[in-house]
Design a protein around this ligand. Sequence first.
Ligand SMILES: Cc1cc2nc3c(=O)[nH]c(=O)nc-3n(C[C@H](O)[C@H](O)[C@H](O)COP(=O)(O)O)c2cc1C
Ligand code: SF4
Length: 518
Amino acid sequence: MTVKIYIPRDAAAIALGAEKVAAAMAEAIAVRGLDAMIVRNGSRGMHWLEPLVEVETAEGRVAYGPVKARDVASLLDAGFTSGGAHPLCLGKTEELPFLRNQTRLTFARCGVIDPLSLDDYRAHGGLRGLKKAVSLAPAAIVAEVTESGLRGRGGAGFPTGIKWKTVLETQGSQKYIVCNADEGDSGTFADRMIMEGDPFVLIEGMAIAGIATGATKGYVYTRSEYPHAIAAVSAAIEVARAAGVLGSSVLGSAHAFDMEVRTGAGAYVCGEETSLLNSLEGKRGLVRAKPPLPAHKGLFDRPTVINNVISLASVPVILDKGAAYYRDFGMGRSRGTIPIQIAGNVKHAGLYETAFGLTLGEIVDEIGGGTASGRPVKAVQVGGPLGAYFPRALFDTPFDYEAFAAKDGLIGHAGIVVFDDTADMLKQARFAMEFCAIESCGKCTPCRIGSTRGVEVADKIAAGIEPEKNRELLADLCNTMKFGSLCALGGFTPYPVVSAMTHFPEDFSPAPVAEAAE
Ligand SMILES: Cc1cc2nc3c(=O)[nH]c(=O)nc-3n(C[C@H](O)[C@H](O)[C@H](O)COP(=O)(O)O)c2cc1C
Ligand code: SF4
């Protein structure tokens, strides 16, 4: 029987040499005349083990990693094709603790299947949600998504069902589904991983959203820095269209839905939904004032659903298994699962999908394994560049929208960036202001001017110039930005700054000028 060898085509694995491994493996298979085939799968999300190569055996898939091209010969010599022992052998993939302890609902197929094989997708439960959706009335689909408790995974955590209901109930000759795949947050890669590893689940989720709201056209808006994701989703759209999953009659139903990928240049603010719409329309990525809401007047002034990749990719399993199944996971008002992306100075960086409710400490110390440097963890930034820095003292905070908000933080797109005790939090605060100054769309003054003044004030504190007065000034500036900015770029930049000042005051008290000069 032909042996199946899995080598990821995920961008993280490619960055770590997966293409070379695949080429070396293909050559070795040919030279040795082995009856084996290579499947280019997505990533399992254990980035410290990439490229993670797997082989299918009678007992299940066996993992080896991290594999370099130069390891291929010794792997084959050691009987790799039947799961043979080798220093790089990690055992059965499904039994690796990092994977075994996850609850993979959205990422169930990522890393398992050939991302561009619709047969593989179907064989692993794909399209069941869409089949269910075409048999339901639009309002019933919306009710199912509402009851599941799904909240937007892009950052704001807005209930997805309510957004869909608004679009369903708004009149429009044309409606749109826009997938926000800009993924600009630092330390995040869930959108990219699902687009590269299981693009059909996003297509299925968008088609369900279309049927639920009466939208017949969808756009995936992503950034040019994501070439592998763009290629994977574009190719999957072609396959889905040819198979009648997309087109004038979705799965043979009376519903039409088609979609395409659009690429932006990679401005952080173009992830903000109204700025994204402008960019999609071919205009400059300037934030629009709300109202009108995109659900009423969105893309080309038509009713539009804008959802994050993970929000949309979570919908097929909700339709397939029911709202109650999904809602049963999680805590409080944070229902279902969340793909946590662990990055920065951490031993086990990667993607970990789990029900809401783990504490930050469990995620960083146990799942992430502490810092890669081996030094103590000093701070963890949760929720991208606009997220707060959490000190160890807040490690008992459960991963839950409300619990994080109660501690002046946010979950955002669930990216976690770990810093060890060498981090200088004044520098991080300055960086937050500088990032805002660079990425500001320029429409409103608190953000456009405030962020530049923020950099200057941080520099004065660092130089020991009137530190007390300048700390007060920085806090005051943050207050103005928080309450005076039009969108969350200017409005949330104070979170990393204020959290750094609150939890790490020692970093904001450098030696006064006179002392420093001595
Ligand atoms: C500056 C800024 C950047 C944002 N970037 C993203 C992004 O990259 N991806 C995303 O899904 N949402 C991003 N958002 C949130 C979106 O505005 C919007 O809330 C989201 O796309 C809605 O989808 P959801 O309800 O599924 O989360 C950003 C918001 C702001 C203010
Ligand atoms: S807060 Fe910044 S990014 Fe947002 S609208 Fe104002 S200037 Fe633009």
